[in-house]
Design a protein around this ligand. Structure first.
Ligand SMILES: Nc1nc2c(ncn2[C@@H]2O[C@H](COP(=O)(O)OP(=O)(O)O)[C@@H](O)[C@H]2O)c(=O)[nH]1
Ligand SMILES: [Mg+2]
Length: 293
């Protein structure tokens, strides 16, 4: 009997949703970062086993009040992925279980709920952790609450077991060899954005969008051309750095990250373009794939 399920990963920014998905897959498929709002789209990651296929949707963290149209679109992606879920995996930050933030979502979840109390590695007081787990069980009315550490790969398999148990009997939804339904271009653009989040400060990480304009697969190496869009001229200057040093370092770090992932040599060329206030502009958000046409 083969089981298959769509699982939506839900949680506040920074709870460790993307880290959890990577731990499940054993690959750094999705990008993670200490900065909130790293994940902007719903991204699927697929776990394949002889007896089951779990299709996880990583989602942007829940934010109550959005300041930009970009954030509206991000919350749209969250709601959309709740609609077709067979199960919801809620990831809470084990340290502060801000459960009341999910009040509005409790009614929207019409399927089994599994909860991970993540970052258990940071919790010193085990008794307190157990108390918190019990409170979470009461609040959400589910027994399926587990202490895990996505970063240390502790009890990630416990969550997978719980999800397999509740997965319906169904043939695989996707090719059993693939770990994502996303194309390589998109994943590569995300990896470049991940390096931008690491290397740049202040508003830059929130103001950039990365687009792969050309991807040529060659025998020995893949040739990739990407454009980094920023919102203002001043940001273009920061991205370039003195004598082009910043963009050069970004190129080197991004190339390494992509090579690790695709397990092949890469030639990467980056350029920078200004798209004024793209985060507030419907047309631009459409172009970047945040809103459907
Ligand atoms: N100590 C610890 N840190 C974690 C754990 N899981 C995630 N993190 C860190 O928390 C931050 C946010 O993680 P991320 O997966 O991007 O969160 P997301 O916004 O929910 O997708 C990153 O710096 C992760 O390394 C964990 O189990 N333990
Ligand atoms: Mg994330």
């Amino acid at each position: 009997m083969f089981k298959s399920a769509f699982i939506t990963i839900l949680g506040l920014p920074n709870a460790g949703k993307s880290t959890f998905l990577n731990a499940v897959l054993g690959e750094d498929l999705v990008i993670t970062n200490p900065k909130a709002q790293t994940t902007r789209h719903r991204i699927k990651g697929i776990l394949n086993d002889e007896n089951y296929q779990l299709v996880f949707s990583d989602t942007p963290g829940i934010i109550k009040e959005s300041a930009y149209k970009l954030q509206d679109a991000m919350m749209g992606a969250v709601n959309e992925s709740l609609e077709d879920a067979d199960a919801v995996l809620l990831i809470l930050d084990g340290q502060y279980s801000k459960v009341e933030e999910f009040e509005a979502y409790k009614n929207k979840i019409n399927c089994p709920l599994v909860i991970a109390m993540n970052k258990a590695d940071l919790v010193a007081d085990q008794e307190k952790l157990q108390e918190d787990i019990n409170k979470v069980k009461d609040y959400f009315g589910t027994e399926m609450v587990f202490a895990v550490s996505a970063k240390e790969n502790f009890n990630v398999d416990g969550i997978v077991n719980a999800l397999v148990n509740i997965a319906p009997e169904h043939p695989a939804f996707y090719d059993k060899d693939s770990i994502s339904d996303e194309n390589v271009r998109f994943l590569v653009s995300e990896m470049i954005r991940e390096q931008i989040l690491t290397q740049f400060k202040k508003e830059i990480p929130y103001s950039v969008e990365v687009h792969v304009t050309e991807y040529n697969e060659k025998e020995k190496l893949d040739e990739i051309y990407a454009t980094v869009f920023v919102e203002r001229d001043s940001q273009r200057g920061i991205m370039l750095g003195r004598g082009g040093s910043a963009i050069k370092n970004l190129g080197i770090a991004s190339r390494k990250r992509i090579e690790d992932f695709i397990k092949k040599k890469v030639f990467l060329s980056l350029s920078i373009k200004v798209k004024k206030d793209w985060r507030k502009d419907d047309q631009q958000l459409q172009y970047f794939g945040y809103i459907k046409k």
